[in-house]
Design a protein around this ligand. Structure first.
Ligand code: BES
Ligand code: MN
Ligand code: ZN
Length: 499
């Protein structure tokens, strides 16, 4: 990341530099703040006021007003926050403003925040938005002289903020969490011929080596020994070896708890013999390891930040392919908790890999398990492109995750684990089928998973929708979103502080 971000005590009145982003909360009679009104008269002959009037800027959320000036400030961008701005309004406004600055070819930017946001939460939100807006994944493009597409802003100062300890901590948190998000984004953006199960395992090993985590990767034989028939059933058709990744963060001092995070790690999902017939759907299936990416991104951030909790990061990594060894519809698999599963649809493979990962997690005797998975198209239909589905029988865990969602800005919505829908999973020949009816598909998928957790508080988050976006705006760039890292990090930070 080549973005320098710093807190500077310099007040707005005395700052001089290339580009100023002025974030403004809307008021009934919004007008330009005082020092700028005077400057505008003295230095710019009222050009700024004139532009504001012309563009009818009133600080409404997500509106901007940009002016080129003769100096010493050469570009000034007003960004509206609307009334009652939240941290999410702030992040989006910062993203919007930076995009505008970038399109004006600014390299050095200063941001002036409304007073109430000059606290740790505000600083963290702004800094995260800066890093996330700036990240553009151009790894697979030839370098071109036409650099128009890449982000050019290289230094950002947050004005009128003295670097006190709590604020510096917030800045570090933002930087490490953003780096985790970027790791996740890059893993998801990379296609299936580049990120394979072995690549995911190598990434985990590298994280372990660089940041002092413990890592163990179980291959085919070790998974067989553990009886992971569900995971290995999915892996059978692939020419690539399955990898069960177990990465562990242990705090240096006392530990106040023990948690497990599981990420679905299908580096490609063709559907298997129930092949995905829609060209666009199958072409998106490099994103089917978005849960794994989020878990690895979180591991990176947590290892760098250090928290008094032991955290286990688990990924059952493989691909869902077709070959002479592929699962046949109708096959029966035995998972590592001895439950038998009739495969009535080979495209419902994620839940099979998660089943064995959940059993493994429970054996670790953790206080709670959270899994993130691009699990169902049904969840995309239910909640639309930005919101993940939260499924949990545990009230406390639900409230914790909803709170983390609220402050991190990664949206989740609680969905029901309707017990009566279990009927849809009943099989004539085995303990259960892997898919129920089309209706309520996200719910039956979650109910399927519930069969593999017995006593540990558990939550499942279906991230099929937010793993990827075609929209650009605010602090969101097109492509992989790195969804889940901010949510999980916030949940872990909250848990670390609460006990
Ligand atoms: N990986 C897909 C789910 C998915 C869909 C992720 C769209 C991202 C975007 C999953 O393995 C799958 O194929 N699910 C099936 C389940 C069905 C067979 C019950 C689905 O949603 O169609
Ligand atoms: Mn599938
Ligand atoms: Zn899948």
């Amino acid at each position: 990341m080549s973005l320098a971000l710093e807190l500077v005590p310099t007040p707005l009145e005395t700052w001089e530099g290339e580009c100023l982003l002025l974030l403004q909360t809307a008021t009934p009679e919004w007008h330009l703040p005082q020092p700028l009104r005077d400057w505008d008269q003295q230095r710019w002959q009222g050009l700024l006021q004139e532009t504001i009037q012309e563009t009818q800027f009133t600080a409404k959320a997500q509106t901007t007003c940009a002016v080129r000036l003769p100096g010493p400030i050469r570009k000034l961008i007003l960004v509206g926050l609307g009334d009652n701005p939240t941290l999410e309004t702030l992040r989006r406004a910062v993203g919007t403003g930076l995009r505008q600055a970038n399109s004006l070819k600014a390299k050095q930017v200063a941001i002036s925040l409304p007073e109430p946001f000059r606290d740790p939460q505000g600083v963290r939100a702004v800094a995260e938005a800066c890093y996330l807006t700036a990240h553009q994944d151009t790894r697979f493009k030839s370098p071109s002289p036409d650099s128009d597409k890449s982000f050019q802003v290289s230094s950002i100062s947050l004005l009128a903020i003295s670097p006190q300890p709590a604020l510096t901590v917030a800045l570090t948190q933002a930087q490490e969490i953003a780096a985790g998000v970027i790791l996740a984004r890059e893993l998801v953006n990379a296609p299936a011929n580049i990120v394979t199960p072995v690549t995911l395992a190598e990434t985990a090993r590298q994280l372990a080596q660089t940041y002092g985590l413990e890592v163990e990767v179980l291959g085919q034989a070790e998974c067989e020994a553990l009886g992971m028939g569900a995971f290995l059933g999915v892996a059978k058709a692939s020419d690539l070896p399955p990898q069960f990744i177990h990465l562990t963060y242990k705090p240096t001092g006392e530990s106040r708890g023990k948690l497990a995070l599981i990420g679905k790690g299908l580096t490609f999902d063709s559907g298997g013999l129930n092949i995905k017939t829609d060209t666009r759907s199958i072409a998106m299936m490099k994103t089917d390891m978005g849960g794994a990416a989020a878990v690895l991104g979180t591991a990176r951030a947590i290892a760098r930040l250090g928290i008094p909790l032991e955290v286990h990061f688990l990924v059952a990594a493989t691909e869902n392919m077709i070959s002479g060894r592929a699962l046949h519809p109708g096959d029966i698999l035995t998972a590592s908790n001895q439950k038998t599963i009739e495969i009535n649809n080979t495209d419902a493979e994620g839940r099979l890999t998660l089943a064995d990962a959940l059993v493994f997690a429970e054996k670790l005797e953790v206080d709670a398990i959270v899994d993130l998975a691009t699990l169902t198209g049904a969840c995309v239909i239910a909640l639309g492109s930005e919101i993940a589905g939260l499924f949990t029988p545990d009230e406390t865990l639900a409230q914790e995750l909803l709170a983390a969602s609220h402050s991190s800005g990664e949206k989740i919505w609680r969905m029901p684990l309707e017990e009566s829908y279990n009927e849809g999973l009943s099989s004539l020949v085995a303990d259960l089928k892997n898919t129920g009816p089309r209706e309520g598909g996200a719910i039956t998928a979650a109910l399927f998973l519930k069969n593999f957790v017995h006593k540990t508080p558990w939550a499942h988050i279906d991230i099929a929708a937010p793993v990827w976006t075609e929209r650009e705006g605010g602090y969101t760039n097109k492509g992989a979103t790195g969804y889940g890292v901010r949510l999980l990090c916030q949940w872990l930070l909250n848990r670390a502080n609460q006990n």
